[in-house]
Design a protein around this ligand. Structure first.
Ligand SMILES: Nc1ncnc2c1ncn2[C@@H]1O[C@H](COP(=O)(O)OP(=O)(O)OP(=O)(O)O)[C@@H](O)[C@H]1O
Ligand SMILES: [Mg+2]
Length: 351
């Protein structure tokens, strides 16, 4: 365009039908995503359109163009099973449309990054990690944060420590370690012996590959290697606090059940809809049971982002939300709710 004009970039869905494939043998009919780039430049004459995808073909002056731009586009599009088409009018401009096959598989889940404070605590953490250097570094970081730290080079050594009767608040274990006892099994045995123990896995593999590869159950807590000291501190604190919430929630529930005998449903509960926002699945299930026992209709969400569309539908009377949500915080979420324009009775649960 010689430095002047307008460049337009568009994306959208596109369909290639049988009629089009009759005249373009190199493409299959079906659903595509289309990326189109249009300019108001010189345009390309019909006799040149045939040649522009050829490697090293260029009409630019010596030393200005490589002639590889469009041939790379062509190569990339073909490798992904797509199609590329040029529409051009000399003197007006050019549109180049790239058709890429549309994928219907589930998108990879975004890993939620925590932004809580970097703080330690007085708890006891058992670190199971086979790589000596990594183990030493983690132990040092955790001690600096104020934790009491126990360590084991494999799962069976960790189990021996767990069985010793020492009070332990968290098991922080590598997913893949040598030895017959697998880390997932170690975590299960730890929970059998110490029901309130928090468990955090760590691995060099990504969360998606580990969970979908069947190594760990969905919903477990995982810290991906390599991690910074801050990421470690935040994740440890988050998992410890979450575990305390579960324990508290279950014990509060037992107590209130004992105090009140059977749950007393207020007469006007029927027809009222409660939206329960809680990222910890265990707490959410327990709270949802409790609330629906009281006679309310409950809908559940695991995050503020998931809850907002439900609120916007406008069928919610009462909101119960966790304050420590992984994405948008409970408080920010509350102000969004106000923005939705409905006055809701809200209860916050700290933690
Ligand atoms: N948008 C366009 N408008 C007009 N002509 C174009 C356009 N895109 C490519 N061409 C023509 O096709 C030729 C080859 O394009 P290609 O992108 O492969 O190489 P190049 O642009 O010459 O070099 P480089 O990409 O390295 O700058 C260009 O030299 C030009 O003649
Ligand atoms: Mg180019």
């Amino acid at each position: 365009m010689d430095g002047f004009g307008k460049l337009t970039i568009e994306v959208g869905n596109g369909y290639i039908d049988d009629a089009y494939t009759m005249s373009h043998q190199d493409v299959d009919p079906g659903q595509y995503v289309v990326l189109a780039v249009s300019d108001t430049g010189s345009g390309i004459s019909a006799d040149l359109i045939e040649k522009v995808f050829e490697p090293f073909f260029s009409t630019k002056p010596e030393g200005k163009g490589t002639g590889l731009g469009l041939s790379m586009v062509y190569g990339f599009v073909k490798q992904t099973g797509g199609h590329v088409k040029i529409y051009s009018e000399v003197g007006h401009g050019t549109t180049i449309k790239m058709y890429l096959p549309r994928s219907t598989s589930q998108e990879d889940l975004e890993v939620v990054t925590l932004d809580g404070p970097v703080e330690g605590g007085p708890e006891t953490i058992l670190v199971a990690e086979d790589a000596e250097g990594v183990r030493a570094a983690v132990v040092e970081m955790l001690q600096e944060l104020g934790y009491r730290v126990l360590k084991a080079p494999d799962a069976s050594a960790a189990l021996t420590i767990l069985e010793s009767g020492m009070p332990i608040d968290m098991l922080f274990t590598d997913v893949v370690m040598p030895g017959l006892l697998k880390s997932a099994e170690l975590a299960r045995k730890a929970k059998d012996r110490l029901p309130h123990i928090a468990v955090l896995f760590t691995s060099g593999y990504t969360e998606n590959s580990i969970v979908h590869g069947g190594k760990l159950d969905p919903g477990v807590q995982l810290l991906s290697k390599p991690y910074t000291r801050e990421a470690l501190a935040r994740k440890i604190r988050y998992v410890l606090n979450n575990e305390k919430q579960v324990t508290l929630s279950v014990s509060e529930r037992d107590e209130s059940d004992q105090e009140s005998g059977a749950s007393a449903a207020p007469a006007d509960a029927t027809g009222l809809r409660v939206l329960l926002v809680e990222d910890n699945a265990l707490i959410r299930i327990s709270d949802a049971d409790m609330v629906s026992d009281l006679g309310y209709d409950v809908c559940e969400a695991g995050s503020a982002e998931e809850a907002l569309p439900l609120l916007e539908k406008g069928e919610i009377d009462i909101l119960i939300t966790d304050l420590g949500l992984p994405g948008m915080s409970g408080e920010n979420f509350r102000s969004k709710c106000d923005a939705v324009g409905r006055r809701l009775e809200s209860f916050f649960r700290p933690g």
